[in-house]
Design a protein around this ligand. Structure first.
Ligand SMILES: [Zn+2]
Length: 227
């Protein structure tokens, strides 16, 4: 592990404690400026079947890019190349580092709204995308922003929640353009049903990840957002 990053070996107790072979690192963790988290997902060296054509142990994918830090250097601390970028939504603090990443890695991006400059490839509701060696499914979750997606790997219990919910019962702001509290509440409710019984860890767009009683944390956020 390198200073400034953290690795999660996510575990889903409901699934008999199986451990994912993938590594998830927040490469924006030490950034000083205003930025979202930026999670680099990679296969673990020596893990089973290589998932990429060039022999990497998994698809090297960045979930959100962050902003106002040297994202290229932060990624290169861990991998030589990036296979894809997936954005949970297109607020500037999640995508501003993208031009530098595109230039350095010639990488394509997946997201909900291809009319936005940051999104090359459409990732709709209930579609799948490979991160590391795991298959994640998408859920369209508007309320914070219209193009917001959550990503869930039900086998390993890993959820990327973007800015829909945060730790300690917090939830995404709805006072910006496209913000809508009722839609946010509905999205959290659908998310809770979707992950019920399988959730092991939530990686959020800001702040710390939620690895202790994540479903209770979602319930807290759902309740708080109704007030
Ligand atoms: Zn946002």
């Amino acid at each position: 592990m390198t200073a400034g990053t953290r690795e999660w070996a996510s575990r889903n107790p409901e699934a008999g404690g199986r451990r994912t072979t993938d590594v998830i690192r927040n490469v924006a963790r030490d950034a000083q400026g205003m930025t979202s988290n930026a999670f680099l997902v990679t296969g673990r060296p020596g893990s089973r079947a290589p998932a990429t054509d060039d022999g990497e142990p998994g698809r090297r994918v960045l979930v959100d890019c962050g902003a106002n830090y040297d994202a290229v250097a932060a990624v290169r601390e861990h991998v030589d190349d990036l296979d894809a970028v997936v954005v949970t939504h297109t607020h500037p603090d999640h995508v501003d580092a993208l031009p530098a990443l595109r230039e350095a890695f010639d990488v394509r991006t997946w997201g909900y709204d291809t009319s936005h400059d940051a999104v090359d490839e459409r990732l709709g509701d209930r579609e799948t995308v490979q991160l590391g060696t795991a298959t994640f499914e998408t859920l369209h979750t508007p309320g914070h922003k219209n193009d917001h997606l959550c990503l869930f790997d039900d086998e390993n219990g890993v959820l990327f929640a973007g800015d829909l919910v945060f730790a300690d019962g917090a939830f995404g702001r709805t006072d910006l353009a496209e913000g809508d509290r009722e839609r946010l509440v509905d999205s959290i409710d659908r998310l809770r049903k979707w992950v019920a019984g399988d959730l092991g860890a939530i990686h959020t767009g800001h702040g710390r990840s939620i690895e202790t009683t994540p479903e209770e944390s979602l319930e807290l956020s759902a309740r708080a957002a109704r007030v």
